[in-house]
Design a protein. Structure first.
Length: 155
């Protein structure tokens, strides 16, 4: 994914909080899993053993989910890289900011949501979209439809 030249501290702070909370959550859950493995189950009632088994399964499912999420993000990154290459072959003068906007458009974000990411006004997003369409030679077509078609083309 390309890096925007504009700076939006609110978005950056929000992302940082999410990442930190996920990292803390993962550490806490790993510690819980480690503590569960140290419990002598022979001294527990059958209900206690069942509860520990259920909690261990939940933790295993969490780690499986996290692993699958990582794989999915790699696939998304690969798909975005292919789209960037295709777009640059059609319009080599697209900027990194314009390429980022194209990725956001293919995610079906509206102008207001895109504006929040860039830290600009919604009207500015419309202007950016118009300039991208002009560079791609699709002034009358929908940018979203064009980008989705480009994304689905296999090379």
């Amino acid at each position: 994914m390309t890096i925007s030249t504009s700076y939006n501290p609110d978005v950056e702070d929000r992302i940082l909080r999410i990442l930190l909370s996920d990292e803390r959550k993962t550490k806490v859950l790993k510690n819980l899993k480690d503590m569960l493995t140290k419990i002598n189950r022979d001294q527990l009632s059958s209900q206690g053993r069942q509860l520990i088994t259920v909690v261990e399964r939940l933790l295993d499912n969490f780690y499986l989910y996290e692993n699958n999420m990582d794989k999915m993000l790699v696939c998304i990154d690969h798909t975005n890289t292919l789209q960037v290459e295709r777009l640059l072959s059609l319009a080599p003068d697209l900027t990194s900011s314009e390429l980022k906007l194209c990725n956001l458009v293919t995610m079906n974000l509206d102008n207001q949501q895109i504006a929040e990411v860039f830290g600009i006004e919604s009207a500015s997003v419309s202007v950016k979209k118009y300039r991208i369409k002009k560079k791609l030679g699709i002034e009358k077509a929908s940018l979203f439809n064009f980008l989705v078609r480009q994304k689905s083309i296999r090379h």
